[in-house]
Design a protein around this ligand. Structure first.
Ligand code: COA
Length: 316
């Protein structure tokens, strides 16, 4: 067996929390509508000098500092995102510059939307197996407020900005993530036009189609991971589900028959932060002493692509 364990986490949120009442000043909506349909009470938006690059660096720096490692010990750095400041250079290349990784560090960005962080964890696990230096940095970061259409009430109330980061170590005696990744190519349910597209680069979503996909994909993926690991769901210490909608999570918790107390999240405060959602929650659980050394978290992301990704991550 060989794989990675989580050494440390970090996170960063913009200064400004935007409440549902604040959103109701911009579009025809209400705290009651948003909270009932999604569980969201507030989200964070970048303001002033706050940027995707800044959030990414803060979260990554914190995770690195907490790991006790130095930048030149990192062998691979992958940033999961779909809202980066530059198409090139990759956000991971800016981290190489700003944190001072060696020039032979593998650095790139990965877009698997809300599944991105778990996709990146698995990618880093595979790359570290062949790398000289066995430590990896994985970041999930979004500045979704930059690509949100604030005239579309059905999407703008959902999304927020933030970043979460994790430092991992690969060892021959560490367990595999038992990652289960997948994709069902679909351009209609959820898309953001790129630089060459005729429409503005805003998030477009068929909420009902995504909801139907999510309530099927989340429990299916969670089950597949534990089956692959030869475990049962009740052996999992903590479930770290992508924070898209509390109703999606509640549905999955019920379908899986797992203890709801092991599935608590932060969607009420952060909204849906896409690739940042899983690592933001992981950081909260680790720094809050909820996920402790030797415990296993089943992380599951799902969303645009359409994609899904699950992995069992143990805290070293
Ligand atoms: N405030 C008030 N009313 C709103 C609203 C808002 N923010 N957004 C939509 N509405 C209205 C619609 O206009 C519609 O009105 P109508 O019946 O007069 O036409 C009504 O509410 C119902 O809209 P609908 O889109 O059918 O609502 P819904 O129950 O499907 O909930 C979502 C919408 C977006 C909350 C829900 O579909 C959802 O959560 N989908 C998954 C989204 C997601 O998680 N995406 C990310 C995955 S990674």
């Amino acid at each position: 067996m060989n794989g990675i364990k989580l050494l440390s986490t970090g996170s960063a949120l913009p200064r400004q929390a935007v409440t549902n009442d604040d959103m109701a000043k911009r579009v025809d909506t209400s705290d009651e509508w948003i909270a009932t349909r999604t569980g969201i009470r507030s989200r964070y938006h970048c303001t002033g000098d706050e940027t995707h690059t800044g959030l990414c660096l803060s979260a990554a720096k914190q995770a690195l500092e907490r790991s006790g490692l130095t930048a030149d010990q990192i062998g691979v750095c992958v940033v999961a995102t779909l809202s980066q400041d530059y198409l090139t250079p990759a956000a991971a290349c800016l981290l190489q510059r700003d944190l001072g990784f060696s020039e032979d560090t593998v650095c790139f960005d990965l877009n698997a939307a809300c599944s991105g962080f778990v996709y990146a964890l698995h990618t880093v696990e595979c790359l570290l197996a062949a790398a000289k230096r066995k430590y990896g940095l994985v970041v999930g970061v979004e500045a979704l407020s930059r690509i949100t259409d604030f005239t579309d009430r059905s999407t703008c109330v959902l999304f927020g900005d933030g970043a979460g980061a994790a430092v991992v170590e690969w060892r021959e005696d560490y367990p595999s993530l038992h990652a289960v990744l997948g994709c069902r190519g679909n351009q209609e349910a959820l898309y953001v036009p790129g630089a060459n597209a005729p429409a503005p680069s805003y998030i477009h979503m068929d909420g009902k189609a995504v909801f139907r996909f999510a309530v099927e994909a989340l429990p299916r993926c969670a089950k597949a991971v534990v089956e692959q690991a030869g475990m049962t769901l009740d052996q999992v210490d903590r479930f770290v589900f992508h924070q898209a909608n509390q109703r999606i999570i509640d549905f999955a918790v019920k379908k899986l028959g797992v203890d709801p107390d092991k599935c608590t999240g932060n969607i009420a405060r952060t909204g849906n932060t896409s690739a940042a959602s899983v690592p933001l929650l992981l950081d909260e659980l680790v720094t809050g002493g909820v996920l402790t050394s030797g415990q296993k978290a089943l992380c599951v992301g799902f969303g645009g692509g359409l994609t899904w990704a699950g992995a069992l991550l143990e805290l070293a």
